[in-house]
Design a protein around this ligand. Structure first.
Ligand code: IVH
Length: 790
């Protein structure tokens, strides 16, 4: 018999390891283990905590993905006000700042040799995000707050807990008993681009710049949304504290770093104003290549005694200043608009601009996204425009200055033929269902219909297929892909797996070793997870997240490729458009051939498995009937029908008398329903959907007909207080799925009350009535017993 280690001890060990790796990764920027190993530790801890809910600690790294903020954000008073900074733009403003300080401190002026008493300044970039305050009590994060007006901010504890590099617990043990840390929450340029990219893919809201994206992400009432956003935190100071700290700015920052908080990698201590100006210029030159947006640099007198002596003027400290960079917006002329063909055939307008310097970089192209954007801007060729380097990556046209439009300005027209392959360019259509009918609207995107026969699309499709997050074939750069296509060695992703040594060695720059390496990398890519494979296919509207969702929920390529659009729409986050794209992709014969060839040539999908249990039982018959939009049968009637009959077949087979039995279903609705299903095609479509659900192993959630067999049938439950692992709504759904009724108030008939932190009168009443009370861990354990994991 093997000795099982004590789960609590192992969990503690895992938490320490994970915290250590987090620190190395986020603060030291020196990852100590590969991602896979980190994931393994994390998963082990999560599994351990799931089976032993009583060992979960609030500061466990698994406890980040929070639920709802308790209400709208509660106000938080800042005992030490959160100040703003004075600005300087010119070097002379900076010299004035330094002079004021030395005068106030009574330090001698420097002589011509620059000798004198130099003030030591702490220098950091001015991050373009949002200021927040983090309160650590006995080393544990107890509160996060926005700056607000500097005196009163908002409580965003649930949200800040989801930011990966904010420690929930400080490292070491020499921290002050109370420590308020201040710093900036921001989004990296790459994170921002990714977020906007996926928002564009799914038709979601895009953000104008990383700052807005960070602000919008942090102030989410549902912290699980914040958790999905690529936010980071960097600290630059402290507020209230009770305990010992060094008496200088840089010293404090180094202590914070030791306790696990990220401080700026660009932090420097310099002496004198000239060194400050050098620092400003150095950062300015590197601004574009920094991974985050900054709008200047901040200088602070390093000595805390001097800071106290200098004090404040209005709401600005006399001991600190922001030296700002010139704006990242400029004006220029739109010379022409060219059309580029992307991976999915989208023909996208690209602005050719008269070259202009924006924040230190020459800009001559800007993206215009799509024709709707061109229309929204009211753009014409020849216009003077304002461009902005949003995220400092891809410049964007922000605005047209119509007053400056020349007489010979020309409208922008989409070419009728693909500029690369000459195939027709068609406007995409948006399919909308409404009132039981299908309507077609014009989409914003134009597409070349040539697909893989179009070399532009083929090239992008291959580049995407081999990219790091897809099949991850090392050494297949853009230039090589181009050559392979030009020499007609490949005409689809499947052809990569038929490349021979004799072919590859003829490519430019290839010799024996490089040829073998590339062929090996191609071989190694054959073992691929289902999610990566789906992502690699490059289905329009299917980004990495959607691919993961499809893989996790449906579990097999077979099911994903067979799924009807209506069934796909049962998945969270898959709308009508994406569902249509996915089915259209798999219905396409050419795509079927490529997929078949990929599998025949040895690509093996890993992690294929069963349908996710939570998905199997998550499809609601009521909402499905409502979605059919049968006249006179709206949400409530649909729900009643679902409750009464439990299956579509039963509803279709129901006669007039059966339907009469449904509570408050009027005659109009009944005849409308019967008319709807009298249509043979309609009936068949609906039955096919139900059949597919059954084939997939799915069932309509908790039909009333059989609810008496469910484990919590006949029980009434009440949820109160805050839950950490999921929102109350989700907890309610799970309980209802097990047959319980979830009520809003406690009575003697209540079977059980689940009380999270902050529970008030309901908990008191439960205790008064002697009703069973359980905490969230208890609920998790109960759900886990029935195979439900939040
Ligand atoms: S110090 C009294 N340091 O700039 C000190 N602020 O205009 C006040 N900011 O609200 C802040 N990077 O959001 C400081 N390294 C840095 C900063 C920084 C960005 C922001 C912060 C603050 C605003 C002041």
């Amino acid at each position: 018999m093997t000795v099982q280690p004590d789960p609590a001890l192992r969990a503690k060990e895992l938490r320490e390891l994970i915290d250590q790796h987090n620190y190395s990764y986020y603060v030291l920027d020196e990852p100590t283990v590969p991602d896979a190993e980190y994931d393994r530790l994390f998963n082990e801890l999560r599994a351990l905590e799931e089976t032993n809910p009583d060992i979960v600690t609030p500061d466990s790294p698994t406890q980040r993905v929070g639920g709802m903020a308790s209400s709208a954000f509660a106000p938080v008073r800042h005992d030490v006000p959160m100040l703003s900074l004075g600005n300087a733009f010119a070097d002379d403003d900076m010299r004035d700042f330094d002079r004021r300080i030395r005068r106030a401190l009574d330090l001698p002026e420097g002589n011509l040799l620059g000798e004198g008493s130099n003030v030591a300044y702490c220098c950091e970039p001015k991050l373009d995000g949002l200021a927040i305050s983090l309160l650590y009590e006995n080393g544990v994060l107890t509160r996060g707050a926005t700056r607000g007006d500097g005196t009163t901010g908002e409580d965003i504890t649930a949200n800040v807990r989801t930011v990966r590099n904010i420690p929930l617990k400080l490292r070491g043990n020499d921290w002050p008993a109370v420590l308020e840390v201040r710093g900036e929450v921001y989004m990296t340029k790459a994170g921002f681009e990714r977020l906007n990219e996926s928002a564009r893919e799914t038709g979601g809201k895009t953000f104008a710049n990383p700052r807005n994206a960070a602000a919008g992400s942090l102030r989410q009432l549902d912290a699980s949304i914040t958790a999905q956003r690529p936010l980071e935190f960097c600290c630059y100071g402290i507020g209230r504290f009770e305990g010992e700290l060094p008496d200088n700015q840089v010293g404090i920052l180094h202590r914070l770093r030791g306790w696990g908080l990220l401080i700026s990698r660009e932090l420097q201590l310099v002496e004198g104003i000239d060194a400050c100006l050098d620092y400003y210029r150095d950062i300015g030159e590197r601004r574009a290549s920094l991974p985050y947006e900054i709008d200047g640099v901040v200088f602070k007198v390093n000595d805390l005694g001097w800071q106290r002596e200098l004090g404040f003027r209005a709401r600005e400290p006399r001991w600190a200043i922001a030296h700002k960079f010139p704006a990242s917006e400029e004006m220029t002329e739109l010379l022409d608009v060219e059309f580029q063909v992307g991976r999915t055939g989208a023909v996208t307008p690209v602005a050719r601009l008269k070259p202009v310097q924006v924040a230190g970089v020459t800009v001559s192209n800007a993206t215009l996204h799509n024709m709707d954007e061109v229309q929204r801007l009211g753009l014409m060729i020849g216009d003077t425009v304002i461009i902005r380097r949003a995220g400092d990556v891809i410049p964007q046209v922000m605005q047209v200055i119509t007053d400056m439009r020349p007489a010979d300005a020309r409208p922008i027209q989409v070419p009728e033929q693909c500029p690369v392959c000459g195939s027709a360019v068609e406007r995409t259509q948006l399919i909308k269902r409404g009132r039981g009918r299908q309507t077609v609207a014009e989409g914003a995107v134009y597409r070349c219909v040539g697909r893989l026969a179009c070399k532009a699309q083929l090239k992008q499709a291959i580049i995407h297929f081999v990219s790091r997050r897809a099949l991850d074939i090392d050494g297949l750069g853009d230039k090589i892909v181009e050559q392979l296509i030009e020499r007609e060695m490949i005409a689809s992703p499947a052809d990569l797996y038929a490349l021979t040594y004799e072919q590859v060695i003829t490519l430019e720059g290839f010799a024996e070793v490089s040829t073998n390496n590339l062929l090996l990398a191609i071989q190694q890519s054959k073992q691929v997870s289902l999610a990566r494979f789906i992502y690699a296919l490059g289905i329009p509207d299917v980004g990495e997240e959607t691919a993961k969702l499809l893989a996790r929920a449906l579990g097999s390529l077979e099911r994903i490729s067979q799924a009807r659009a209506e069934v796909l729409q049962f998945l969270p986050d898959i709308g009508a458009e994406a569902a249509h794209e996915i089915t259209a992709f798999f219905e396409d014969e050419h795509n079927q051939t490529v997929i078949r060839q990929l599998l025949e040539r040895g690509v093996q999908l890993q992690e294929e498995g069963a349908l996710a249990p939570e998905f199997a039982a998550s499809v609601s018959l009521g909402s499905f009937i409502a979605r059919l939009e049968i006249p006179s049968v709206a949400n409530t009637s649909a729900q009643r029908l679902a409750d009464r009959f439990g299956s579509l077949t039963a509803i279709i087979e129901a006669d007039w008398l059966d339907l009469k039995q449904v509570e408050r279903l009027n005659e109009r609705a009944i005849s409308s329903l019967r008319d709807y299903f009298a249509d043979e095609q309609q009936r068949q479509r609906v039955l096919d959907i139900e059949q597919q659900l059954r084939d997939f192993g799915m069932h309509w959630e908790s039909p009333r007909a059989s609810s008496s067999e469910l484990p919590l049938s006949g029980q009434t439950w009440v949820l109160t207080g805050t839950l950490e692992a999921f929102s109350r709504d989700v907890a309610k759904e799970h309980l209802e799925g097990l047959g319980a009724k979830v009520a809003g108030s406690v009575s003697a008939k209540t079977h059980c009350v689940v009380a999270g932190p902050g529970a008030g009168s309901k908990l008191a009443r439960a205790e008064q009535l002697g009703v069973t009370v359980m905490d969230e861990a208890g609920l998790l354990a109960l759900l886990a017993e029935h195979g439900i994991r939040p």
